[in-house]
Design a protein around this ligand. Structure first.
Ligand code: NDP
Length: 361
């Protein structure tokens, strides 16, 4: 068997070891455990990513692996990751109490909500969801860097600036997620999802191997010579998306952790409701009820365009995936919030009528 099949297993094991070994911040999250207390987390994702990249660079310099290793083994790697995702799903689901919704639903959506490996002192050592997001992010970064290395090696002296920009923006996307790991604890994945195939296979196989599909599709091609003003425009689209997404997520995180604090000292929190039941409706959250989803989609569009092959269908799969994921998620989240907040949700929808695109949808 080619070692390429085992590459994701090696990366995931290295990430687990580094996650355990490197110093970490201990934080309290948003969701509560069976004892009613907020779950604790050890977070050190950015440090783990940097350590993996240093190891990868050292292996490349020593000639132990080619710089474009994950490009060369991309198909075997994808298959290995899929198998690992399935094994993980079986292990995490079958050992837990059934939800009563049937085996297939349980396998897909999971049985456990927020499983953690806890130390003798009761503190969390590894949170399964955060570990999965971390291995997804690290493997994605390794893939994108390897795909870019392949572009450079295949076209010496004529590397596509679009491919380089794509790599820089994707690296920014991954680092940004890891820098704000704590903010992620306040999202739908933790509040509303259990851990099964969707999240397990999703993070082990789909996230690292599908998100870079744009560069995967065009890394072999020559420079498309996209005019510089267009490249600048595409980078701008990406960063407008980032501001909307990161801004909204940070504002909500601040609102949940320090309800009276202003975002960046500028945007004061205005809310409908009182006590525990309050909904933010100022700043980013005045624009639409899920302005962060629009931001995510714009980032994906910017990444796709910057590659310089706007008529190639495969790179568009990435933004299309977000549309397919986030449109139903918005409807689902609104249903969940309507149930939780009742009349307050109706008042909030009156104040903020747009679902995702301000004034349009
Ligand atoms: P949100 O961050 O919008 O979280 C929804 C939850 O926030 C609701 O269930 C509710 O929970 C709370 N909430 C909703 N409206 C308000 C309000 N006005 N004031 C206060 N709290 C509110 O959505 P997601 O968790 O789905 O997404 C988070 C981010 O992750 C987004 O930027 C999204 O685009 C991104 N994402 C990225 C993916 C990727 O692969 N890169 C995949 C999926 C999402 P509560 O009951 O606590 O009030």
């Amino acid at each position: 068997m080619s070692p390429g099949y085992l590459a994701p297993l090696v990366v995931d094991a290295a990430v687990l070891a580094l996650h355990r070994l490197l110093p970490a911040r201990h934080v309290r999250g948003y969701v509560r455990g069976s004892d009613g207390k907020r779950l604790g987390y050890r977070l050190n994702g950015l440090g783990v990513l940097l350590a993996v990249l240093v190891l990868y660079a050292a292996a490349g310099r020593q000639g132990l692996i080619p710089w474009d290793y994950f490009w060369q083994v991309r198909w075997e790697g994808l298959l290995g990751a899929c198998a690992l995702g399935v094994l993980f799903t079986l292990a995490i689901v079958l050992g837990a109490k059934p939800t009563g919704k049937g085996l297939l639903v349980d396998l897909y959506l999971g049985r456990r909500e927020n499983p953690q490996w806890v130390g003798k002192d009761g503190r969390a050592l590894v949170d399964a969801k955060m570990y999965l997001y971390l291995i997804g992010a690290v493997q994605l970064e390794l893939n994108v860097l390897s795909f870019a290395a392949h572009q450079a090696l295949a076209h010496p002296g004529a590397v596509s600036p679009g491919a380089l920009l794509y790599t820089a923006l994707f690296s920014f996307f991954v680092c940004d997620y890891l820098l704000f790991e704590e903010v992620h604890l306040y999202t739908y994945d933790f509040i509303a999802e259990r851990l099964g195939f969707k999240l397990g296979w999703g993070c082990i196989a789909f996230y690292p191997y599908f998100y870079g599909v744009g560069l995967w599709a065009v890394a072999d091609r020559t420079d498309p010579h996209t005019p510089v003003p267009l490249l600048v425009l595409y980078v701008l689209v990406f960063f407008v998306g980032w501001v909307l997404s990161r801004g909204a997520n940070l504002q909500k995180f601040l609102f949940k952790t320090r309800p009276e604090a202003k975002l960046l000292g500028l945007i004061a929190p205005e809310a409908v409701g009182e006590g525990q039941h309050r909904l933010l409706c100022s700043g980013f959250w005045r624009l639409s009820r899920h302005i962060n989803y629009l931001g995510e989609i714009l980032m994906a569009v910017g990444l796709t365009l910057v590659l310089g092959w706007p008529l190639s269908p495969v790179p568009w799969l990435y933004p299309l995936y977000y549309v397919g994921l986030l449109l139903p998620r918005q409807l689902d989240d609104d249903r969940r919030c309507e149930k939780k907040y009742g009349a307050l949700w109706k008042e909030y929808c009156r104040r903020v009528p747009s679902r995702i695109i301000p004034g349009l949808y």
